[in-house]
Design a protein around this ligand. Structure first.
Ligand code: RET
Length: 242
């Protein structure tokens, strides 16, 4: 009875969830292929981290598409469909994305800990926003989470970019490209969330919200990984002490 009821929660937006599952799986296979023959342990770190990012996302997209990663939350007198597996995905994959960027920039432990701490705080408070029972508290938690995102981007533009400038020009340029990709894409997440069903404003229906998150997730993970792992020679420079 229960599995049937859970499956029934997934509507026509399952189309996008299946595209997400396939896209993340293909991304994972591509990164595994690119990593073959990489022998330097420091270089391997980039491949291992990036492969885990899309592996976790593929599993969570599969969980959402098959009705496991979804639940219902009562907000006022309305029942909202909440894909909780998104937060499980982001909780692990966003710190890994930041770790990739930090290793590229040659950041120290304190900078990495600050970035990842802010990130976990952002996803944690975002998850509370998704489960909060009144529109007012949902928006308040959204605001707290967005504050953490802005602080995180500030560290990315400040300390981390300064670290990257001390690297060789190719590494600094690759860092700049990836950093700008992260800034542009990550800022869209709270926008889709607040305009979507979670924000309870009723602007973006669940079908289009799911499509938007899928495009963002594929760009922020597979797109990011393709750009990062594209050039082995640049990564070699990043791990060679100058
Ligand atoms: C939420 C809602 C509350 C406000 C904010 C959010 C930010 C989420 C972000 C997610 C990034 C996900 C990535 C996934 C990789 O594919 C939780 C949506 C600020 C920034 C990059």
């Amino acid at each position: 009875m229960l599995p049937l009821a859970m499956t029934a929660l997934v509507g026509p937006e399952s189309l996008w969830l299946w595209i997400g599952t396939i896209g993340m799986t293909l991304g994972t296979l591509y990164f595994i292929g690119r990593g073959r023959g990489v022998r330097d342990p420091k270089m391997q770190e980039f491949y291992i981290i990036t492969i885990f990012i899309t592996t976790i996302a593929a599993a969570m997209y599969f969980a959402m598409a098959t009705g496991f990663g979804v639940t219902e939350v009562m907000v006022g007198d309305e029942m909202l469909t909440i894909y909780w597996a998104r937060y499980a995905d982001w909780l692990f994959t966003t710190p890994l994305l930041l770790l990739d960027l930090s290793l590229l920039a040659g950041a120290n432990r304190n900078t990495i800990a600050t970035l990842i701490g802010l990130d976990i705080f952002m996803i944690g408070t975002g998850a509370i926003a998704a489960f909060a029972a009144t529109p007012g508290t949902r928006i308040a938690w959204w605001g707290i989470s967005t504050g953490a995102l802005l602080a995180l981007l500030y560290v990315l533009v400040g300390t981390l970019s300064k670290n990257a400038r001390a690297q060789s020009s190719e590494v600094a340029s690759l860092f700049g490209t990836l950093r700008n990709l992260v800034i542009a894409l990550w800022l869209l997440y709270p926008v889709v969330w607040i305009l979507g069903t979670e924000g309870t404003l009723g602007i973006l229906p669940l079908y289009w919200e799911t499509a938007a998150f899928m495009v963002l997730d594929l760009s922020a993970k597979v797109g990011f990984g393709v750009v990062l792992l594209r050039s082995r020679s640049v990564l070699e420079r990043a791990v060679t002490p100058s």
